[in-house]
Structures are given as structure tokens and as C-alpha cells.
Ligand binder design. Structure first.
Ligand code: 45D
Length: 172
């Protein structure tokens, strides 16, 4: 669902309240999910660029990536436009074969999938964020809220937002 930046700003002030009242993870997750699809992708990307150094590749687990390998290989073979479309489909929860395949992964496999996508962006296999891209005000506020959390809380927020992406093919 897409919210206007007005409703997103309301959610943002609620999130700030939530952070002050101790439910920082839930509040940051909710406000992330109220962002536009492109803002969500941008926040994920900047979260990765800031957290990347603290996530060791080994920690993401080779076994989990094996499960995601098929989808990652499909993405590598797509054009840049198609790659962006697939990521937007995931964030927007559009029902496609790709988003249904993603939907059966565990939360940690989904996280590992996004992590690997970022690595593929860095290596030049996946469409980069445009040079000079400026994240929206809402997006940068969510990023700031995320940065206020400790590492464990950040992972929890990320795990929740990527878990909610895609389409669960077994849900009714
Ligand atoms: O043209 O298993 C825009 C541990 C604008 C260990 C765009 C772990 C328009 C256990 C939309 C911006 C807990 C450590 C273009 C795992 C435009 C374990 C493009 C944790 C081109 C897994 C935007 C792992 C694009 C963690 C292309 C914490 C955006 C993993 C792409 C964290 C964004 C992973 C991507 C994160 C973001 C990955 C691919 C934060 C990926 C982020």
C-alpha cells in the first residue's frame, strides 16, 4: 500500500513517540512500511551501506543463500529495468511468480537474499542507485530512526520488513 507523504509524516511522529516510549522496533517497522516503494528500497540500500561492514558474509550463511540462489541467478540475467521492477514488486507485494518464490523463504533467507542483492549491486551485476540520488525527507527520517537502534534491534526491524515483502503462496 502506498501512503501519501502526509500520512507518512503522521506515522513518523507516532514512530518518534514510539521510540520514546520504548517500542522502537515496532514503531520503526511501521513507519518503514508506510514509505513509498522507492523510499523503502532506498532506505534498505542506505541501511546496507551503513551496516554492511558489521555484517560478516559468513554470518549470512551459505545454506540460506543456496535456497535463494535460483532467484539471485534469475535477477543477474535480467536487464537493469527488470531488476528494479522485481525489487519494486517485492516491496509492493505484487503477486508474480518471482514474489511467490520469494514468499516461501524463511525470514533469515529473505534477509540474506537482500544482503546478496546489495553485494551484486556493488559488484555491478544489479542496477545501482542513480548517482546523486537524493533520498526523500521521509526516507531519511526512517533511516535516522533506524540508526538510533542498537544492532540487534536493527536486524529485527530489517527481518520484519523483508519478511513482509513478496507474496506468501500458501496464504489464502
Ligand atoms: O532509479 O542469516 C531507487 C545475521 C530510485 C546472521 C532505485 C543476518 C529510483 C544470520 C528506487 C532508489 C543476523 C547477521 C533506482 C542473517 C531508481 C543471518 C534503486 C543478517 C535505480 C541473514 C534502488 C543480515 C535499488 C542482514 C536498486 C542484517 C535498491 C542483512 C536496492 C541486511 C536495495 C541486508 C537493496 C540489507 C537493499 C540489504 C538491494 C539491509 C538491500 C539491503
Amino acid at each position: 500500500m502506498t501512503f501519501t507523504s502526509d500520512s507518512s509524516s503522521i506515522r513518523l511522529s507516532q514512530a518518534v513517540n514510539g521510540i520514546q516510549t520504548g517500542d522502537a522496533v515496532a514503531a520503526t517497522t511501521a513507519v518503514f512500511q508506510s514509505l513509498s516503494v522507492d523510499d523503502q528500497l532506498a532506505v534498505l540500500w542506505y541501511a546496507y551501506t551503513e551496516m554492511g561492514r558489521s555484517i560478516t558474509p559468513a554470518a549470512t550463511g551459505a545454506a540460506r543463500l543456496q535456497l535463494a540462489e535460483g532467484l539471485l541467478n534469475q535477477i543477474k540475467q535480467m536487464s537493469h529495468a527488470e531488476q528494479l521492477e522485481v525489487m519494486r514488486d517485492l516491496a509492493a507485494k505484487r503477486n508474480t511468480q518471482f514474489t511467490r518464490s520469494y514468499g516461501i523463504f524463511s525470514a533469515n533467507t529473505k534477509l540474506a537474499f537482500w544482503y546478496e542483492l546489495s553485494e551484486l549491486m556493488v559488484k555491478g551485476f544489479v542496477i545501482p542507485v542513480p548517482t546523486g540520488y537524493k533520498i526523500s525527507r521521509d526516507g531519511s527520517q526512517v533511516l535516522e530512526a533506524l540508526k538510533q537502534l542498537d544492532f540487534g534491534q536493527q536486524i529485527t526491524v530489517l527481518r520484519r520488513v523483508v519478511s513482509d515483502m513478496g507474496v506468501d503462496p500458501l496464504a489464502d
